[in-house]
Design a protein around this ligand. Structure first.
Ligand code: HDD
Length: 741
């Protein structure tokens, strides 16, 4: 149909429909392009809506309509008084389109704004039955889950790899209601009382005057706070360790942090701490990798999670509990279980596995799922209850409250991602964005008009059925009869012994990283007094740690403010040692334009067969002898790779570095970008392999063929066999200076 208004302009070209490329078949093994299908809609009980009903809002090959379903013929031109005239107020489609767009954003989370999420399931082992009646832990029972990982301080658009704590929030859609375990990748927290949460966050967020620095703790207000509030020193040393820069969300531990109270079928209670243990082990980036990735691929963790799931390398964690008797003093081996700045070493309270979680599906729509998911520590199920930890008590208020402004009202649990999978029969009514059409006239109880429904289980004495017994009953925990006070128990005054315990648990390489992190972060502070005060805190943790950081800052090492505690380390806290599955690790295979398929294909297949992902890195895109190239020397960088295998020693292309560097490029024996790639891999203690043909790159990068973690073999397959043996250790630890010392 021709456009009548166009016809008025002589010679105007006929309007062309915009060209939209169909998602094509990507080159193996790159993950497929995102599925642009319709978002899946779910019913109030979480079942996917099929067909017409379920896909009514996705981009489909159907008529474009307005929000009210009126078919539209043109969404590209506003309604004007003539083709060059003013736009008419009458244009209802323009107004609807622009108005909706204007309101597309919702406030980002006040903390944990940047995140990535995935769907999965939890499967109970049946081992928790003695202490907890929650059905989710029953043997073989599968419960759908949704997990959101996050950084804490940065805004929604900040980089993934900054030094920070990571959020690890899990929603269990159990048959008995939704349970949220809203944890972090570190077992302790900065503060002991939730009333100080706004203070620590104000200190960690960018300075209010210039709003810098973004997503960083390396600034004056953060260090001002933690040096003045020494209870924060334990969490801070975790942040300064390699735990603050995880390699992948898939390779992080998760902790419920607080002590929770669980109840068994007989009504007996125990205290527990929840731990998620990743199947792939706990691994980190190096600081230089983290910084480089912040610029080269700020979405590194988000991409890694989605790619791994897309490739079928489903991340997996085991959930475990440390169990403590629910004694009146709520301590264990002298550790106050209500103090969230304290952990309980695994050596004295082993983590007992109670189930596993597998993440096997990426979200379909970031906003609908990852952004709108609303976690709440008060989302508890029968058998799982809170303790009086004052941090947890404040959280139980905050998570409900924050959704009101973030999601615009009290009905956020009706959003598809938040809908319980258990039947809902509440008496909550009306409010913004109410989706339910509630029948009946008596949303109160008792009532005589709606048949007395809904019934509750109170006052029914011993006559409860098994099903009724599974209702949520607040554990009848005793509380110390006391006066109202604004005060902490005396046990909360110990701020340094566990920071020291953590320090003593680390290997020399990890300790060196901690020293460098403190030196960097404090070196970014302007105020001398803050640096000096933090050095006093470090002296109270360990004299050697303080001495090394002070040397780096060019300041004298002070005396401690309190006597250094007499504690031992907990070996379980070190990340070093052991070998781990290599699922989803990325192996760079460097080729040049003369490399044949016969040289590359067998290695690619061997890498894939081992559950890893081969990236062919070549001088140009497309295919080389029929083998697809995933990264070019221009688009690839070492930080994406877990190991590199040099199948060739690419010579520089004359235009590789731009016209001005042509001469230099021509003189170099090896393409400088490949040399840089190998230098970086070597410096970051990654496994490096070369064939005899690729060995020239090692020479040009100054990497000795017999250096730790370097392998050389005649052909690619033999080199890969040796290289593959190095990967389960994550890095070539011997290459770090502290290990060599
Ligand atoms: Fe919190 C979000 C974890 C203390 C108040 N928190 C939030 C998220 C995680 C945590 C993982 C992101 C959830 C998501 O992905 O949507 N928070 C923790 C842990 C804590 C902790 C492990 C201590 C052990 N938090 C804490 C305190 C308060 C809050 C003491 C307030 C008194 N947290 C919030 C919040 C957020 C939040 C403001 C922001 C967005 C949201 O809740 O939904 O309510």
């Amino acid at each position: 149909m021709s456009d009548p208004t166009r016809d008025q302009i002589p010679g105007a070209p006929a309007p062309q429909p915009p060209s939209v490329e169909e998602p094509g078949t990507p080159h193996d093994p790159l993950p497929p392009k995102p599925d642009h299908g319709a978002p899946e809609l779910r019913t109030a009980t979480g079942e996917a809506l099929e067909g017409e009903e379920g896909t009514a809002r996705g981009q489909q090959g159907r008529w474009l309509t307005t929000a009210t379903g009126v078919k539209l013929r043109d969404t590209d031109h506003s309604l004007k008084a003539g083709p060059r005239g003013p736009t008419l107020l009458q244009d209802h489609h323009l107004r609807e389109k622009i108005t909706h767009f204007d309101h597309e954003r919702i406030p980002e989370r006040v903390v944990h704004a940047r995140g990535a999420a995935a769907h999965g399931y939890f499967e109970g082992y049946g081992t928790a039955g003695e202490i907890c009646l929650a059905g989710v832990f029953e043997e073989g029972r599968r419960t759908p889950t949704f997990v959101r990982f996050s950084t804490v301080l940065g805004s929604r658009g900040s980089a993934d790899t900054v030094r920070d704590t990571r959020g690890f929030a899990t929603k269990f859609y159990t048959d008995e209601g939704t349970w949220d375990l809203v944890g972090n990748n570190m077992p302790v927290f900065f503060i002991q009382d939730g009333i100080k949460f706004p203070d620590i966050i104000h200190a960690g967020k960018p300075h209010p005057d210039r709003e810098i620095p973004q997503a960083q703790s390396a600034h004056d207000t953060f260090w001002d706070f933690v040096s003045l509030h020494t209870e924060a020193q334990h969490h801070t040393i975790w942040n300064m360790s390699d735990r603050g820069i995880p390699r992948s969300y898939r390779m992080m531990e998760g902790f419920g942090v607080h002590t929770f109270r669980v109840v068994n079928a007989e009504g007996a209670t125990s205290l527990v701490k929840f731990h998620w243990k990743p199947k792939l082990g706990v691994h980190s980036l190096t600081w230089e990798e983290a910084q480089m990735l912040g610029g080269l691929d700020p979405d590194f963790h988000r991409r890694d999670l989605a790619d791994a799931i897309e490739a079928g390398a489903f991340p997996e964690w085991e959930l475990g509990v440390q169990v403590f008797p629910d004694t009146d003093d709520q301590t264990f081996h002298g550790i106050d279980l209500l103090d969230p700045t304290k952990l309980v070493p695994e050596e004295i309270a082993p983590v007992q596995p109670i189930g596993k979680m597998v993440l096997d599906r990426n979200p379909t729509n970031y906003f609908a799922e990852t952004e709108q998911v609303a976690f709440h520590t008060g989302h508890l199920v029968p058998g799982i209850d809170v303790t009086d930890d004052p941090l947890l008590q404040a959280r139980n208020f905050s998570y409900l409250d924050t959704q009101l402004s973030r999601l615009g009202g009290p009905n956020f649990n009706q959003l598809p991602i938040n809908r319980p999978h258990a039947p809902v029969n509440d008496m909550l009514r009306d409010g913004m964005h109410q989706h339910a059409v509630h029948p009946g006239v008596a949303p109160y109880r008792p009532n005589s008009l709606d048949g007395g429904c809904p019934f509750s289980l109170e006052n029914q004495g011993e006559d409860l059925s098994d099903e009724q017994k599974r209702a949520f009953v607040d554990a009848a925990a005793s509380i110390e009869a006391s006066r109202k006070v604004r005060a902490n128990p005396a046990s909360y005054d110990d701020h340094f012994s566990q920071a020291r315990l953590f320090w003593l648990s680390l290997s020399p390489v990890e300790k060196e990283h901690v020293v460098r992190a403190y030196t960097f972060e404090l070196g970014k502070c302007y105020e001398q007094a803050i640096k000096e005060r933090q050095l006093v805190a470090l002296a109270s943790i360990d004299a050697d740690l303080c001495e090394q950081v002070a040397t780096g800052l060019g300041l004298p090492a002070p005396d401690p403010s309190v006597a250094v505690a007499d504690v031992e380390g907990s070996p379980a806290l070190s990340q070093l040692g052991g070998t781990w599955p290599v699922d989803g690790r990325i192996i760079g295979l460097v080729v040049d334009t003369t490399t044949s398929a016969a040289q590359v294909q067998p290695v690619r297949e061997a890498v894939l067969a081992a559950g890893m992902v081969p990236f062919v890195v070549g001088p140009r895109g497309g295919e080389i002898d029929g083998v697809p190239v995933q990264r070019t020397f221009a688009t690839g960088r070492s930080v994406e790779l877990d190991a590199v295998l040099l199948i060739a020693a690419p010579v520089p292309a004359p235009d590789a570095l731009g016209a001005r560097d042509e001469k230099a490029a021509g003189e170099a024996a090896v393409d400088p970008r490949v040399r840089l790639l190998v230098e970086e891999c070597f410096r970051h203690s990654k496994a490096v392999g070369a064939t005899s043909a690729g060995q020239a790159v090692l020479e040009s990068a100054g990497v000795a063929a017999d250096a730790p973690g370097v392998v050389v073999a005649d052909d690619p397959e033999a080199a890969w066999e040796q290289l593959a043996e190095l990967l389960p250790a994550h890095r070539v630890w011997d290459r770090f200076p502290a290990a060599l010392a």
